[in-house]
Design a protein around this ligand. Structure first.
Ligand code: CTP
Length: 468
């Protein structure tokens, strides 16, 4: 408790509590994280009384060095101090829902307040009065659940989830973030109430989904979303990856579980959210492209392009950013087979083409491809990864030789139009593409002069000549 009592803001809370004769408690995630030895910058304080008055007094105690914001409609107040955000609220009878637009009306006791919280591990309160500082109120065996790693609702789970259906996503998110398990009755209730998730805004659902994706082993969360039926509602495309068909005794792998393995592999090396999204979507086009060929067995031709086409639609629906992040994910999905193809055909031109197409994301693409090697056979995995080492080596060599990283073709449309005095047209594109191809194919070196000379030649063949 040493760390907590050292926080100046809590010293001010103690003084305010004494002065106003109002009891104040640390609650929610801060207490949970404190007991789990996790750091947290958001502090929630419940006072049995008026939260606004209390926060105003705390700010006074901090000698006005803090920023105070009062949200009168919601009966809440916020103090920013020392990089900490402290929320104050009077104990209430109804459910806790940060984003609820409903004004808070009914005051309640500490017991009322803790009972309407989401999970027993989030329903712990730490007293902040000088006389009982640090004492924990644990009405629902939250500490026992913390020790056992269990997520359980304080009340009947049907009530807790109907108070705020987002809590179903939160349950899965905490399980994934903390490596906890869902108490069987809690899990069954999520399954029973799953359809209610549709009343929650997409932004809040996606926020939780991204937190699941950012946990150290995201497959834990995705498997729970799958088992509780939530995934089917929030991300039906992923459900289609699930299942194995067998024809002529030949089965393909279950692409849902494969995707989760790839996601965990990527998560092991990178905490870049969008690379993790690329892992989630890399095979999303497989169900649509799946065919059985008596000679070749199961094929998924073109699934990478189908997946790339699906990416903007999924991003839009999920309210994920429709900007260069989406483009990045789309590019990785589209290119994810290319490095594998290079393990068979490692010509300079194929390597150059990949460097040009992947641009500055080539390292992330290789990361995704390595993560995509999933097999129970360790020897096989190692053999594949060794081939990737060779491809990577080759990419470095070609990059160095041709200085292709972040390459822009030396001949632009502008240069072509100015040289030949022509307006934007199909022919400009044809000439530009021909010069780019010649460099990638190694027919001419990657230099401005050689490219310019080649442009003159190609344009001449098309009947264009320099204007002066
Ligand atoms: N809470 C709740 N139901 C919700 C959201 C929040 O009961 N839908 C309660 C919980 O007691 C929670 C507290 O409000 O601990 C604070 O919520 P929030 O800051 O959203 O979550 P934390 O638990 O602090 O966790 P994190 O910061 O990781 O989101």
């Amino acid at each position: 408790m040493q760390i907590v009592s050292d926080l100046p803001v809590l010293g001010a809370v103690q003084k305010a509590s004494k002065k106003l004769d109002v009891r104040a408690y640390l609650v929610g995630g801060f207490v949970r994280d404190l007991l789990l030895n996790r750091s947290s910058k958001d502090i929630d304080i419940v006072v049995v009384g008026n939260g606004l008055e209390f926060a105003t007094e705390v700010a006074k105690q901090l000698k006005n060095n803090a920023t105070l914001a009062l949200f009168k409609n919601f009966g809440t107040a916020q103090i920013k101090f020392d990089e900490l955000e402290v929320e104050f609220v009077g104990a209430r009878k109804e459910s806790y829902n940060r984003d609820s637009r409903n004004p808070i009306v009914e005051e309640g006791s500490l017991v009322d307040d803790l009972s309407r919280r989401d999970f027993t591990i989030n329903a712990l309160a730490m007293c902040l009065q000088p006389d009982d500082f640090g004492e924990i109120t644990d009405l629902f065996n939250g500490i026992k659940d913390l020790d056992a790693g269990i997520l359980r609702t304080p009340l009947d789970p049907d009530i807790t989830f109907s108070d705020d259906p987002l809590r179903m996503m939160r349950a899965v998110r905490f399980a994934s973030q903390l490596g906890f398990t869902l108490f069987p009755e809690t899990k069954e209730a999520i399954h029973r109430n799953r359809e209610r998730i549709s009343i929650i805004s997409q932004e809040r659902i996606t926020d939780e989904l991204n937190k699941i994706i950012m946990s150290s082993k995201p497959s834990v969360g995705f498997k729970l979303l799958f088992e509780t039926g939530l995934l089917n509602i929030i991300f039906p495309e992923m459900i289609l990856l699930h299942g194995v068909k067998t024809i002529n005794n030949q089965a393909h792998k279950d692409n849902f579980f494969h995707t989760l393995e790839v996601l965990d592999n990527v998560a092991y090396y990178s905490d870049y959210l969008w690379l993790r999204w690329a892992a989630i979507l890399h095979d999303i086009g497989k169900p649509q492209s799946q065919r059985f060929d008596p000679d070749q067995g199961w094929t998924f031709h073109g699934h990478e392009m189908i997946g790339a086409n699906m990416t903007p639609r999924i991003f839009r629906r999920m309210k994920l950013p429709m900007n260069e992040r989406m483009k990045y994910v789309q590019k990785l999905v589209a290119l994810h087979l290319r490095p594998i193809a290079l393990t068979h055909d490692v010509t300079d031109s194929a390597v150059r083409r990949l460097i040009v197409d992947a641009g500055e994301d080539i390292d992330d693409l290789l990361e995704l491809c390595r993560a995509d090697v999933t097999s129970k056979n360790v020897e096989k995995v190692n053999r594949y990864l060794k081939r990737f080492d060779d491809v990577e080596e080759k990419i470095r060599e070609v990059e160095e030789k041709d200085s292709l990283r972040n390459w822009k073709p030396p001949i632009t449309g502008e240069i072509i139009m100015n040289t030949f005095g022509i307006a934007p047209s199909k022919n400009v594109g044809i000439i530009k593409e021909a010069v780019k191809e010649a460099i990638i194919e190694g027919e001419i070196p990657n230099s401005y002069d050689e490219a310019y000379a080649y442009m003159l030649k190609i344009a001449g063949e098309l009947g264009f000549f320099p204007k002066n």
